[in-house]
Design a protein around this ligand. Sequence first.
Ligand code: ZN
Ligand code: ZN
Length: 757
Amino acid sequence: MTRQVLNLFDSNFQHTILSCLSSSTSSLSQARQAHACFLKTGLSNETHVTTKMLSLYANHRRFADAEIVLDSVPEPDVFSFSTLIYAYAKLSQFSNALRLFSRMMSRGLMPDSHVLPSAVKACTGLSALKVGQQVHGIASVCGFCSDSFVQSSLVHMYIKCNHFMDAHKMLDEMPEPNVVSWSALIAGYARQGCVSETKEAFSEMRNLGVEPNLVSWNGIIAGFNQTGHYLEAVNIFRQMHLQCFKADGTTISSVLPAVGNTEDFELGIQIHAYVIKVGVDSDKCVVTALIDLYGKCACTSEMLQVFNEMDESDIGACNALVAGLSRNGLADEALMVFRQFKDQGMDLNVVSWTSVIACCSQNSKDMEALDLFREMQIAGVKPNFVTIPCLLPACGNIAALMHGKAAHGFSLRIGMSNDVYVGSALIDMYAKCGRILTSRLYFDGMPIRNLACWNAIMGGYAMHGKAKEAMEIFHLMQRSGQKPDSISLTCVLSACSQSGLTEEGQYYFKSMSREYGVEARVEHYACMVTLLGRAGKLEEAYSMIQQMPLEPDACVWGSLLSSCKVHNNLSLGKVAAKELFVLEPGNPGNYIILSNIYASNGKWNEVDKVRYRMKNMGLRKNPGCSWIEVKNKVHMLLAGDKSHPQMSEIIKKLNQLSMEMKKSGYVPITDFVLQDVEEHDKEEILCGHSEKLAVVFGILNTSPGSPLQVIKNLRICGDCHAVIKFISSFEGREIFVRDTNRFHHFKDGMCSCGDYW
Ligand code: ZN
Ligand code: ZN
């Protein structure tokens, strides 16, 4: 009797709960209640009930509960497994999907055409080619290989795993080819930059009677653009247009970067008009791409117009604007709009901060770059692997070693110190901060190196005048299988020219095309002119310039002019200066060097003429400027700057040092002063050179014996060189001075350049 009642109750209950479970809006608590009853009444054997329970739990993402249900079923069937595997795959829980799939297989259950696509999808998500191939094998054995869902899922799996041949083969075998699978294959080829394969697959698809859709076109354009096949991307866009396919926002935002990179301004304008015509001009991605395009085509006013016409500002567009201004050398404007965005409370992200930091460090605003980095951290935005390599050049430029070290520490903490971009930037930074040994240690410890890393260490050695080491690295690089490029050879040649290794330099120059497949560029000729010029072979240098197959640029002539200054060659100096006045009419440096050559020859009339011409053109001598980092802060010292708070103290110390120098027999070298003035005044002007001021500032503000590093924005003069040599021994300090040309490492009264610079 009791038992009968219970059964009656059970069947009622089952009915109620089933109707409850069948509703897609069933709540989780209803499912739980039902679950508890099933466990009590042992109804878990009822497949249709368990399947519903499973899918309900899966819908509510209660996978743990779902698995309990599955475990409680004594004999689960494929359908029960399939429900849960499908749900896992749908929610991108691919490992769990595969775990259940293998559990199902180990129970001897053969998969059906429903569960196979889910399993393949999981393999695709994990890019697990091996497992995917196994599933493919199982599908063949079970006879589901001609099922269209199984087929297209396998095609996508092979594409995701970059096994295009297999994907292509499967597509060829499909009785009913579909546009989705073909488009995926074509986009896959395009993403790999396989231009001809992409085009072939595209025409094959059409030959099979499958018409491309917007996704097919967009996939090709985006893929070609991402892999740097800009012209191809633009051509596909043109074809698409000719065949009357209407582009959407995705098409436009994929093709515009390609147009920008080919600097096809005309086409850019046409597309802009088209954008307005088809009405995608409010699409944020399109607007961002337009700003980027005009920035790349150097059309800043058009860029600003697009930005100003935006309905509401969007962070992507703001970032594109900052990058566009920076690209066109408008660093002040870029910084200004960035500040405006910040003040307006824009949600600035890591891209925004990184691009403004990059803008500063690329435009000689190194101090600003360091300040912005600090501000970024205060704002709670975490730097990424792009930010650090953008910041490090700024640290190197002004020898902000402490800041550079902090950035290095940061990259270690976030685990990206092995990144090759961070690595090459670190090598460069340490070298520029005078720590070439640290650069080398870091370089030696790198697990992977790319060309930029090799070039960075060679460039470091060149800057430090260590030609032997630079050549060693050059050979090591080739033994490692890394081919040198044009920059590598510039590093080697410049190292040779810094150290006066004329023969070695000539050897590398002559063999660069034959042995390394690198054609000589203007910068290589400039190195050679320096090399010959420094060695006093000025006529040889001049005839090399005359025989150059390329048009000599300002670097080449500038290098000859500097050598003429060193060797006091007036006739060639005049030739070089004449060329430079045409190439760089606004550069005061050339006038100054020429007038210095005249001054050294006592031709004061000519000195006056050059100075008059300079003045007439409104050119002023580039103010000498040096930087020194003291106690985590970078200080800038200007030549003759009376406003510096410690200036009187610095001058007092400098006078005291020059007394000591005179006692030891030193006579100031006054050739380096442009003006034709009294000897005494000349000395006073020499006192004001910024590198000397920076060194003395460092001595006054750091503990005795600690090393100093100074950066100078011009070439160090002979007098400062002599004075700093003296200071290094008198004060017992190691002093690193980097000028525009190279490094000088002063120690015990000597300099690493051997007075050759
Ligand atoms: Zn000086
Ligand atoms: Zn030196």
